[in-house]
Write a protein that binds this ligand. Structure first.
Ligand SMILES: Nc1ncnc2c1ncn2[C@@H]1O[C@H](COP(=O)(O)OP(=O)(O)OP(=O)(O)O)[C@@H](O)[C@H]1O
Length: 235
């Protein structure tokens, strides 16, 4: 089943297209890495598929129907948690604002990472704050999780912890990041954007196998860098 489909999706600011002619389909259960250079259109795509931005062209379907906010959970780049609230307060807020709230799933993610309900959000480390944001997204009961740079500003240990938590989620995940080596460990699909257009989209295995003879990138990192160099986006 297709979890996320974008059809000719585009967003223009004034005369400039941030994203253009974006048609992609991601299967249910896929872990998709969204990568590209700065300004490539990643956040724009994530905001469009979560309904936070209105498209200039095209549309989005989630699990076969027009986008509904309840089907998608979004963890924004700045993970805005109410800083003075405790983890328990945040979970209560999640329960009160989401009709499909699954307290058990949210709690078990936090328990697995030893984050106590009494902790205050502003006293958590960056990695712990990311895990709380992830727990709130999981608790929402949405089948599609969209994560905007969940690894940004995390130290190497916190990155490993967050990546493991993401890998263990029972959901379809679309996440953006610049840290290619980490993405390869948890993701099985890739969308590569460059200058607002989709340059690659598909399962890693298929993308690696489909390279022309003489262009045998062996890893996700090689594949992405090769395409960006060819497009003039990396030296
Ligand atoms: N509100 C806005 N008004 C005008 N232009 C915008 C706006 N938001 C984004 N853009 C432009 O759209 C393009 C894509 O931006 P976007 O934030 O989606 O890129 P990105 O791939 O997420 O970049 P980064 O990796 O730096 O976060 C950029 O040229 C950006 O300047």
């Amino acid at each position: 089943m297709t979890a996320l489909e974008t059809i000719d999706l585009g967003k223009r600011y004034g005369r400039r297209w941030a994203l253009r002619e974006c048609s992609v389909a991601l299967p249910a259960g896929a872990m998709t890495a969204l990568v590209g250079t700065n300004g490539a259109g990643k956040s724009t795509l994530l905001h469009l598929v979560t309904g936070l931005l209105a498209p200039t062209t095209g549309g989005v379907r989630v699990f076969g129907r027009p986008l509904e906010m309840a089907d998608v959970a979004f963890v924004a780049q700045d993970k805005p948690l109410y800083r003075r609230w405790s983890v328990a307060d945040l979970l209560r807020f999640g329960a009160a604002t989401n009709p499909r709230w699954d307290h058990g799933r949210a709690r078990s993610l936090l328990d697995a990472h030893h984050i106590a309900p009494g902790e205050r959000a502003d006293r958590l480390s960056g990695g712990q704050r990311t895990l709380v944001a992830l727990a709130l997204a999981v608790g929402k009961g949405a089948r599609l999780l969209v994560l905007d740079e969940p690894l940004a500003e995390l130290d190497p240990l916190a990155r490993v912890r967050v990546m493991r938590a993401i890998r263990d989620l029972d959901a379809t995940v679309l996440l953006s990041s610049h840290i290619l080596a980490d993405l390869a460990e948890v993701c099985d699909h890739l969308i590569l954007l460059h200058e607002g257009r989709v340059r690659l989209c598909g399962a890693f295995t298929g993308l690696l196998a489909a390279q022309p003879a003489g262009h045998r990138a062996a890893t996700l990192e090689d594949l992405v860098l090769e395409h960006l160099r060819a497009a003039g986006g990396a030296s």
